[in-house]
Design a protein around this ligand. Structure first.
Ligand SMILES: Cc1cc2nc3c(=O)[nH]c(=O)nc-3n(C[C@H](O)[C@H](O)[C@H](O)COP(=O)(O)OP(=O)(O)OC[C@H]3O[C@@H](n4cnc5c(N)ncnc54)[C@H](O)[C@@H]3O)c2cc1C
Length: 401
């Protein structure tokens, strides 16, 4: 008799897992509360499905906070191996200028999902939609809420892939923490990551900065620096230039109630270069116009600088350059988890073994964003789910032989 495996949740990590569990050894069922697989996967594809990043493998794993728990899974199924895997699935890919990997132009997220589903179907995986996991029965059997009432399911192996708590409209609500706590499995509360950050801008500049990008900047928070682009909004700031600093910002807010970020508006120029450019004055232009022209500053950058400096400081080249190279912005809160790209929190990492098995509930495994780790955008979130899913499938296939 084949061993039975129940996968709870039908998102990215469940998809690859179900593709890779050996159908000759296991009878696999997926239980998903929605009426379809991969809703968040499709949302992730809205602005272009960034499947992974092409960065070299040594650097890749350092993007995760913490990263030790993922090392084994990532080296087993790295970004390079995933790219080969998805290409073999029939999805051609390309690397964008930022190093991010996407399906080739013309291939939609739904086409990628369909390829996963075809492989899952070929593996005879049983799909149970509208099944919401509600907790454990006495013998760790699983209780599901269905249209026909509660069902209790027993299986040899259970793999939880319930996702995090961002974008709850996709079904990933993180509302299952108490179901694990009852079993003495420690969980941590969810917080937004890769989200917007609140800045209390002076009211008089909002009209000038709302929706405006700051491009080619670098941002430092604590000991971490990241280069990129952000967008200024009425709420504060958001964008790929600040997302990788989510952990540092969150920690500082926790400790000091505010986080301090330092923006370098001209990271490619030294202070000396900037000063030299400032002294090259055109007498027909005002000081502000000269500064803007010589340093190639747009209106948004000038408005920001003026809002942070007294008139005298603005007119003092040294102080002007000091601010240009280190504009201090205070973040007072994280944006809402409902709009965040990802979340941290969930099952505490010290509750799982190196093979993602719950220490307190044997033969029950947990993978994907429901574990408490942080990853930046850029394909790192999906890659972590794919690495964990493939690693666990291969591990279970191996030990069942
Ligand atoms: C707007 C947005 C854009 C993103 N863009 C990218 C990107 O470009 N690149 C990238 O790498 N990542 C991106 N991500 C993140 C990525 O989509 C997630 O990290 C990934 O989907 C997590 O996979 P998962 O399998 O852990 O969970 P999920 O994909 O969230 O799947 C969890 C599943 O479990 C189901 N479920 C939850 N509770 C229950 C229950 N009690 N019973 C039964 N089923 C349940 C849910 O309905 C859901 O289908 C993006 C996310 C968002 C929100």
């Amino acid at each position: 008799m084949k061993k039975t495996i129940s996968i709870i949740g039908g998102g990215a990590s469940a998809l690859i897992l179900a593709c890779e569990l050996d159908p000759k050894i296991f009878s696999v069922s997926i239980f998903e509360k929605n009426n379809a697989l991969g809703r968040k996967f499709l949302v992730a594809g809205d602005g272009g499905l960034n499947l992974t990043h092409s960065e070299n493998e040594g650097e890749f794993v350092l993007r995760y906070t913490p990263n030790e728990f993922l090392r084994q899974a990532f080296s087993h199924f790295s970004n390079k191996k995933f790219i080969e895997w998805i290409n073999a699935l029939g999805i051609e890919t390309f690397v964008g200028t930022s190093g991010r990997l996407f399906p080739k132009k013309g291939i939609k997220p739904i086409d990628v999902l369909k390829r996963f589903e075809e492989k899952i179907k070929k593996n005879n995986v049983i799909l149970n939609f509208k099944h919401e996991w509600k907790g454990f029965e006495n013998n760790n059997e699983l209780i599901f809420k269905t249209a026909e009432g509660n069902k209790v399911i027993k299986s040899d192996i259970v793999i939880f892939c319930l996702g995090g708590a961002s974008w709850p409209v996709t079904g990933s609500k993180g509302d299952w923490r108490s179901l694990f706590e009852i079993k003495s499995v420690k969980t941590n509360s969810f917080q937004a990551s890769n989200c917007s950050f609140k800045v209390d801008w002076p009211k008089n500049i909002i009209n000038d900065i709302e929706g405006k990008p700051l491009k080619n900047i670098s941002i430092t928070c604590g000991d971490k620096m990241h280069a990129g682009e952000i967008v200024l909004t009425t709420f504060g700031i958001e964008g790929s230039g600040v997302y990788p600093l989510s952990s540092q910002i969150r920690e500082q807010i926790k400790e000091n109630e505010i986080a301090k970020i330092i923006i370098d508006l001209k990271p490619l120029l030294s202070k000396e270069d900037c000063l030299n450019k400032l002294f090259n004055l055109d007498p027909k232009l005002s000081y502000t116009e000269n500064s803007a022209k010589n340093l190639n500053l747009n209106k948004t950058q000038i408005v920001l600088l003026k809002s942070k400096m007294s008139k005298n400081d603005f007119l003092d080249p040294v102080k002007f350059v000091n601010n240009l190279k280190a504009l201090e912005i205070h973040i007072s809160a994280l944006g809402s988890i409902e709009d965040a790209i990802s979340s941290v929190g969930g099952i505490s990492l010290n509750q799982i073994t190196e093979n993602f098995e719950l220490k307190k509930i044997k033969n029950n495994y947990v993978i994907g964003e429901m574990l408490d780790y942080d990853a930046p955008t850029g394909g790192y979130l999906l890659q972590s789910c794919f690495s964990m899913g493939k690693y666990l499938a291969d591990h279970l296939n191996e030990i069942a032989k």
